[in-house]
Structure formats: structure tokens, C-alpha cells
Design a protein around this ligand. Sequence first.
Ligand code: FES
Length: 119
Amino acid sequence: ELFGVCGACTVEIDGVSARACITFAVQADGSDIRTVEGLGTIAGMDRVQQAFRKHHALQCGYCTPGFLMTVRDLLRNHPLKTDDDIRDGLSGNICRCTGYEHIVRAVRELADEREGAAA
Ligand code: FES
């Protein structure tokens, strides 16, 4: 049995990305949960959603919620100095349409933007 492998169900539990499919409800009791629905809307997208849109970082969209939530965590907690850093950070999420290059481009823009803001 394989659980927790594809990353499509990734959510934030108390600000940390977690796989919903391998989290017991009791573990999340009393926690602050954010799902992809808690990001932006079509009219007012979250910055990560904007970058995915700009770089066409999705095809069928099945994996997209998990990638968006993972990228938010990566941007908060990881250096992402190189594209290999980004690929390592995204390695727990699988895109069946294999749209990885566009996803990496979107994250590269966000990581560069973050570095610029920190300078
Ligand atoms: Fe189809 Fe990733 S866009 S699975």
C-alpha cells in the first residue's frame, strides 16, 4: 500500500506543509489548517498562484494544489539558491503530466523575488 507518495493532498497544518492523507484527524485537532482553497481567488490570486499562471506551471491541474502548498513552505523555510535546490524541495510532489520545467521556472521567479526582497 502506498500512501503519502504523490503530495497532491498537501495542506498546511499550523503553517507547516503536511500530507493530509497520512495525517489523522486527531493529530490536527485544534490546529490551524490551510488548504489550497485558503489561498487566493481568480480575482485576487496568491503570489504563488500568480507565478504558476504566468509560467504555465500546470497542465491537468491534479497536482497543482499540492505543489502550491509545498512551494509556500519551501519559500518560507528553504534557501532555493539553485534549480537543483528547487527540484529537491519539490521531490515529494509528483506531476503525472510531467510539467516540472514550468513549475521550476515559477518557483525560480518566486525564490529570486524573495532574495531580492531580503537584500
Ligand atoms: Fe497534471 Fe500535474 S498538471 S498531474
